[in-house]
Design a protein around this ligand. Structure first.
Ligand code: ADP
Ligand code: ADP
Length: 221
């Protein structure tokens, strides 16, 4: 069973008198334990598609299923809840809070959850991405690769089903990018999550189990 499914997704944006159709009927699925890359030229709809998968925006037509449930008509509050519990986000710019330590940054998305021992889970995740000796460092005391590892640990704190990555290696040199991809591949298997990554990085494509090519709002070969 796929953890995320888009069926016939159309997305239109209105800008003034004009309507832009950014997605023109996209079918897409991703399974647990699978890394899928989405590639395509600028303006082809990649960000729009990632926003649909991440439940950050809703389609004009078509349906979105998360873990087998149709979430297309969910309210904004319901979607926020689904995002918090089901989806982790990793970005090119790491978006870590500069005043907080690595551990505090990782804990942040789980602050609302009173049931779990957040600190233990944050420390465990940081240890698993090789930052057990950097727990109390702030982002400016960490390298780019280390900051991206913190961001990955943070994305996993709520035990998501899907990890969405927008150019996760975009700000890293090739060697550091490779270690991040090794890390993601290992975590994908250990946590049995789906990873969907938008990228221009050829290296990332090599690590993918499957590649999806988006051209002018349509998925091609
Ligand atoms: P990509 O990520 O592949 O560069 P996008 O999904 O950002 O592509 O954009 C696809 C198309 O939709 C482009 O023509 C873009 O200008 C348009 N678009 C994206 N977001 C908006 C928006 N919020 N309002 C109007 N047009 C948008
Ligand atoms: P709240 O602010 O109430 O916690 P949000 O909708 O802002 O809820 O965030 C829910 C989740 O979606 C968070 O994990 C956040 O990182 C992610 N998120 C929110 N906005 C964006 C965005 N524009 N791009 C990527 N991820 C986002």
């Amino acid at each position: 069973a796929s953890v995320i499914e888009l069926h016939g997704v159309v997305k239109r944006y209105r800008s003034g008198e004009e309507t832009i159709e950014a997605l023109k009927g996209v079918d897409f699925t991703a399974d647990r334990g699978e890394m899928v890359t989405v590639i395509g030229p600028s303006g082809s709809g990649k960000s729009t598609m990632l926003n649909m998968i991440g439940l950050l925006d809703t389609p004009s037509e078509g349906t979105v299923h998360l873990d087998g449930h149709d979430v297309t008509d969910f309210s904004e509050d319901e979607l926020t809840e689904e995002r918090r519990s089901g989806i982790g986000f990793v970005f090119q710019a790491f978006h870590l809070l500069p005043m907080l330590t690595a551990t505090e940054n990782v804990e942040l998305p789980s602050m609302w959850d009173t049931d779990v021992d957040r600190r233990d889970r944050a420390v465990d995740l940081l240890e698993r991405v090789g930052l057990g000796d950097r727990l109390d460092h702030t982002p400016d005391q960490l390298s780019g690769g280390q900051q991206q590892r913190v961001a990955i640990a943070r994305a996993l704190i709520n035990e998501p089903d899907i990890l969405l990555a927008d150019e996760p290696t975009g700000n890293l040199d090739q060697d550091t990018g490779a270690t991040i991809l090794d890390e993601l591949t290992r975590l994908k298997e250990e946590e049995n999550i789906a990873i969907v990554a938008v990228t221009h990085d050829e290296q990332l494509v090599e690590y993918a189990d499957r590649e999806v090519n988006l051209v002018d709002g349509v998925i091609g070969e």
